[in-house]
Design a protein around this ligand. Structure first.
Ligand code: SAM
Ligand code: 2KA
Ligand code: SF4
Ligand code: MG
Length: 223
C-alpha cells in the first residue's frame, strides 16, 4: 500500500481534544468532498503529474499539489531520518479515509505511537481499534453520506465546523439522526477564525458543555 504524502511535518496539534500536544502530521493527497471554506484545497486534486520524489515534498516552502508515494515503512524511515520525536501522529488530508490506514497502524503502534485520524466521515474508516478518530461531519455536500452513520459511531471525537446558527441546527439534526457514541468528545470549530463564528461557538459550547476548538496553530502562525 502506497500513500500519497502531500506533507510530513512536526508541530503542535492545533485542533480538538489533543490541542497542544506535539504531533507529527501526515497529510495525504486527494479529497472529493469540496467544502467551500476548506483550508487545504491544495490537497483536493490527485493527478499522476503531481506525483514527485519525496525529496521534493520535504523541500516544499508552501502548500501545493505535489505528493510523494510512500509505504508505511518508508514513512517511518522518513520520520526517523527527519529526527521527529513526537509520539502522536495525526493522519489528515485531503481525506485520509480514501485509503486503508491499517498498514500505518501495524507499523506505528508497536513502536508506541498514538495514531489520530482527521476525517470528514464520507469514507469508511479503516484503521486500528486504538486509533483516535476525529470526525468532522460534512452534511451540506452533494452525493449523500452512506457511511456517515458508521463514522459517527466510530468517532472518539466529533469536531463540527460552524459559522452560523443554521450550522448548529444542522449539527443537532445530524446528532438526532445519526447518534454519536455516548462518550464521544464534542467540539465546535469556528470556520476561518471569523469573529462571529467564534462568538457563536463560545456561546453554544458554554450552553451545552461542549469543547471549543479554535485552530490554535492559526493564531500562533505555525504549521
Ligand atoms: C482540512 S480537514 C482534513 C481532514 C478531513 N478531510 C476532514 O474534513 O476532517 C481538517 C479539519 O479542518 C477543518 N477545516 C477545514 N477548513 C477549515 C476552516 N476554514 N475553518 C475551520 N476548520 C476548517 C475540517 O472540518 C477538519 O476538521
Ligand atoms: N497545527 C495543526 N493542527 C492541525 N489539526 C488538524 C489539522 C489538519 O489540517 O487536519 C492541523 C494542521 O494543519 N496544523
Ligand atoms: S472534507 Fe476536509 S479536506 Fe475535504 S474539502 Fe472538506 S475540509 Fe477540505
Ligand atoms: Mg489544517
Amino acid at each position: 500500500m502506497l500513500y500519497p504524502v502531500n506533507e510530513l511535518f512536526e508541530t503542535i496539534q492545533g485542533e480538538g481534544l489533543y490541542t497542544g500536544v506535539p504531533a507529527i502530521f501526515l497529510r495525504l493527497q486527494g479529497c472529493p468532498v469540496g467544502c467551500p471554506w476548506c483550508d487545504t484545497q491544495h490537497t483536493w486534486s490527485k493527478t499522476a503529474e503531481n506525483a514527485v520524489d519525496f525529496g521534493e515534498v520535504i523541500a516544499k516552502t508552501g502548500p501545493d499539489e505535489r505528493y510523494g508515494e510512500l509505504s508505511a515503512a518508508a514513512i517511518l524511515e522518513q520520520i526517523q531520518h527527519l529526527g521527529f520525536t513526537a509520539k502522536h501522529i495525526v493522519i489528515t488530508g485531503g481525506e485520509p479515509c480514501m485509503y486503508d490506514l491499517r498498514p500505518l497502524a501495524e507499523v506505528f503502534e508497536p513502536l508506541g505511537y498514538q495514531l489520530q485520524i482527521e476525517t470528514s466521515g464520507t469514507f469508511e474508516v479503516l484503521t486500528s481499534d486504538a486509533t483516535w478518530v476525529t470526525v468532522s461531519p460534512k452534511v451540506d455536500m452533494p452525493g449523500g453520506y452512506p457511511v456517515l452513520a458508521s463514522a459517527m459511531q466510530r468517532a472518539n471525537e466529533l469536531k463540527y465546523p460552524i459559522a452560523m446558527e443554521k450550522h448548529i441546527e444542522a449539527f443537532d439534526a445530524l446528532l438526532a439522526e445519526k447518534p454519536a457514541k455516548a462518550n464521544a468528545v464534542i467540539c465546535l470549530q469556528p470556520i476561518s477564525q471569523r469573529p462571529r463564528a467564534t462568538e457563536l461557538a463560545i456561546k453554544v459550547c458554554r450552553e451545552r458543555n461542549w469543547r471549543l476548538s479554535v485552530q490554535l496553530h492559526k493564531y500562533l502562525a505555525i504549521e
